[in-house]
Design a protein around this ligand. Structure first.
Ligand SMILES: [Zn+2]
Length: 426
């Protein structure tokens, strides 16, 4: 790949295309430094002539103050990045921020850049809603070069990005004076307060436990009366092949399960993870490295937080369910998780598939001791899981014959919550 490097330098650069108002190129220009931080922007030319920058954040800081700081930093960064283009085709930008996987808007801000397009005059932009008509006929984002050039640029971007040398390859020979770079109105002009989260949407993406289980260790629960419920759980994925095989079997039997992911595996197999979520299964956190040793509190926190963020970033899912690696409760991980109000999910039925290599034995381990309200421990990743895959159809069919209904862990906990409130009433 590196042997072609010179060729790429001779081709039209992302910088030039971005300067000409090509939205894809602008997105690449901005993303090149954001993506490593997990932040991603999409760029679109709005009908009114402004440039819309949709910022997708993988997470939000806890405190209001830090959120404001992040917002300011992002705004400055984007404006500075666009200022560097000094394009005569970019006048006004609208920044629209949201969390990855969520439709509700966190904040929205309109900014007029001091570029060639604005004749070097810095002007405050009032609220988006009251922006005057004269801005609306401003910029016409034409297709400036042929699709062929776009393709070249795309190819060169991919190459350069991969070579980690994006910046160097696209630095313009005549960089604008630094005073003109970030001359923007950065006074926050919030346009709309975020609308209330759409419940349907949020429900689908958040896996949490009812309050009574938050910060608690759960091995099994008492479901609602007369309900024979059981939850299959799969640890240590996402994984190549075996996770997909498990998904296939679950789909065939119309069973929803819960997957506890290891962060470093998720990093390796993001598409497998997305498939798990798309198939409607519940997701839990199984820490980043699967350490079972004792950890100091900051390592323990990182193990959980980094996985939590990566899950959100990769799949849009927020989860506060934890399966502690190895079931270890006293190495620091659970202490931190409890503070974060995670529910700690253990199990009541152990397949021992981490030790047993024969599918028939493994199935027997599950089928010998199922219980209503029980949680079954299985593994879809982290090693050779062919025995688990092989045993799964038998486990599911037999339990179904015995009248069990398969639910996800959140569903199981929800049923227990209902059972409790019924008990209280009765
Ligand atoms: Zn594990």
């Amino acid at each position: 790949m590196y042997s072609n490097y010179q060729d790429y330098q001779d081709r039209v650069s992302i910088f030039e295309l971005a300067q000409l108002g090509n939205t894809q190129a602008i997105a690449y220009w901005i993303n090149s430094l954001l993506v490593p931080q997990g932040i991603y922007v999409r760029v679109q030319a709005a009908r009114n002539g402004s440039l819309q920058i949709f910022v997708e954040l993988p997470w939000l800081p806890q405190s209001q103050e830090d959120r404001q700081k992040l917002r300011d930093r992002l705004l400055r960064y984007i404006c500075d990045r666009l200022g560097k283009l000094n394009s005569k085709y970019i006048k006004v930008i609208e920044i629209v921020a949201s969390l990855v996987g969520y439709t509700d808007i966190l904040w929205k801000q309109s900014v007029r850049l001091l570029t060639k397009a604005n004749g070097g005059k810095l002007k405050n932009i009032s609220k988006l809603s009251s922006r005057s008509e004269k801005h609306t006929d401003g910029i016409n984002f034409k297709i400036f070069r042929s699709i062929f050039l776009c393709c070249l640029a795309l190819a060169s971007f991919i190459f350069i990005y991969k070579a980690n040398n994006y910046e160097a390859a696209n630095t313009p020979t005549t960089e604008p004076q630094s005073e003109t770079l970030s001359t923007v109105d950065v006074s926050p002009t919030p346009v709309a307060s975020p609308p209330p989260p759409q419940e349907e949407e949020t429900k689908k993406l958040v896996f949490s436990a009812p309050e009574q289980f938050q910060g608690q260790i759960v091995h099994q629960v008492q479901p609602e009366r007369n309900q024979k419920l059981i939850a299959l759980t799969f640890d240590d994925g996402p994984w190549q092949n075996t996770t997909l095989q498990v998904l296939e079997i679950l789909k065939k039997h119309n069973v929803k399960a819960t997957f506890f992911w290891i962060g470093k595996h998720l990093k390796q197999y993001p598409q497998v993870a997305q498939k798990v979520v798309a198939d409607g299964h519940a997701i839990g956190n199984h820490t980043f490295h699967h350490f079972t040793r004792k950890m100091n509190s900051s390592t323990a926190a990182r193990e959980i937080d980094e996985t939590e963020e990566l899950i959100s970033e990769t799949t849009g899912v927020r989860t506060s369910l934890l399966r502690p690696p190895g079931g270890v409760l006293n190495n620091g991980v659970v202490t931190y998780a409890k503070k974060k109000k995670y529910a700690i999910l253990m199990w009541s039925v152990d397949s021992r598939d981490y030790r047993v290599r024969q599918a028939s034995k493994l199935a027997k381990n599950v089928l010998n001791s199922p219980n209503s309200g029980g949680i079954v421990l299985l593994h879809d990743g982290g090693g050779n899981r062919s025995a688990t895959v092989q045993a799964l159809p038998e486990i599911i069919s037999t339990l179904k014959q015995r009248g069990y209904k398969f639910v996800t862990v959140p569903e199981l906990l929800e049923s227990a919550k209902k059972a409790k409130s019924q008990g209280n009433r009765g």
